[in-house]
Unconditional design. Structure first.
Length: 129
C-alpha cells in the first residue's frame, strides 16, 4: 500500500510541474508579446517624428496587438504612454538626429520596462491548456 501511495504522490507532483511549466511559458510568451508591442510602438512614434513613413513599425505593432493575450485594451494604451514618457532621444550627441533603434532597444532592455510589463500579468487571459 505504501508503494501505491508513493506512486500516486510522484505522479501528481509530475503533473503539477507540467501544468506549472505550461502556465509559466504562457505567461512568459504573453509578456514578450506585450514587450514587443511596446518596442514596435517606440520605433513607430520616433519614425513618425522623423518623417520616415516607409517603415512597417505600425504593422508590427498591430501583429503584436492581435497576437497578444492581455484582455484589457487599457494595457496597450498604458504601454504606449509609458513608451512616450520614457524614451530618451538623442542618446549620442555626436550623431545628427535621433538614434531610433538604440533609443528603443535601451528602453526595451531596461529592468524598469520589464517590471512595467510584469505588472499587467493580471490581465493575461486564460490559456487553452
Amino acid at each position: 500500500m505504501k508503494i501505491f501511495s508513493y506512486s500516486i504522490i510522484m505522479i501528481l507532483s509530475l503533473l503539477c510541474q507540467s501544468c506549472y511549466s505550461q502556465d509559466n511559458n504562457y505567461i512568459s510568451s504573453s509578456r514578450l508579446s506585450l514587450q514587443n508591442y511596446g518596442f514596435s510602438y517606440c520605433m513607430k512614434i520616433i519614425a513618425q517624428e522623423n518623417n520616415i513613413s516607409h517603415l512597417d513599425y505600425a504593422r508590427a505593432q498591430g501583429i503584436y496587438f492581435e497576437n497578444g493575450n492581455h484582455n484589457d485594451p487599457d494595457v496597450y494604451e498604458k504601454t504606449q504612454s509609458y513608451i512616450k514618457e520614457n524614451i530618451e532621444k538623442n542618446n549620442f550627441k555626436e550623431f545628427n538626429g535621433n538614434n531610433i533603434t538604440y533609443s528603443c532597444l535601451e528602453l526595451y532592455n531596461s529592468q524598469k520596462y520589464k517590471l512595467f510589463i510584469e505588472s499587467f500579468d493580471k490581465y493575461i487571459t486564460e490559456s487553452d491548456l
